[in-house]
Design a protein around this ligand. Sequence first.
Ligand code: MN
Length: 278
Amino acid sequence: MTFQLPKLPYALDALEPTISADTLREHHGAHHKSYIEKTNKLQQESDLTDASLETLVQRADGALLQNAAQAWNHSFYWESMTPGDASEPGAELRTAIDATFGDLKALRELFLERAGSHFGSGWAWLVREKDGRLSVECTHDAGCPLRDGKTPLLVCDLWEHAYYLDHQHDRGAYLEGFWSLIDWARVDQRFAAASTVSDASSQPRTHGAPPTIPVSRTRSASLIGAALLGGLLTLGGCGDDSAENAGKHVDDFAEDVEDAAEDVADEAEDLIDDHDGN
Ligand code: MN
């Protein structure tokens, strides 16, 4: 799969004065472009050659994970902002914000405080947790909440390259400007989509039926099998994957459980044979 640098959803100078055309040209045309090119190169050398960007963020490791996450995060960041008059969250999101933070003003204060005090490079997010609650969190470097099964709703880039040309060390001025550029209509859409997926995933699943674990031949094999099955059930509880992906995870994990249980059983039999032989 070859990923392309997405077009910016606005003109280079549309976010001035908070984010200048010079910053956007460099940030989008050089930084983001570089992450995508590196992702394309590293993916070809990996065993995830057909994976989507989201899947790479969820399953890759090392440099491929870092570059894929940066590629994904930047696309999400461009689409978290819009020029023009400041908008506000829609009714459903507003209700959730009020329930979690008190009101929009309190969310703003928390977001700016966390983003302003985050040490070093990273990202500030509004996310929907797996249990449906909203939260504000910062990730370091290329960190992305998708990796943890959460649903990102909004992001602000905290790397210095996002604001240094325009605000030098004054991250606070950049954050204040960012807040007034938030595309709340887009955040509303993301929130609604996440709620729909969550409602669907709470229904009984018809895919990825629990695996049949072969009857263990030794006690230790059954203990290991039980431990792995515990991991499987935990994995199956992640609500962020598509149904198809979740089914595949279950199938993959079932194979791992069978293999591990058989290995342990074989080893135990070898030990018994050795013991009998002595
Ligand atoms: Mn950046």
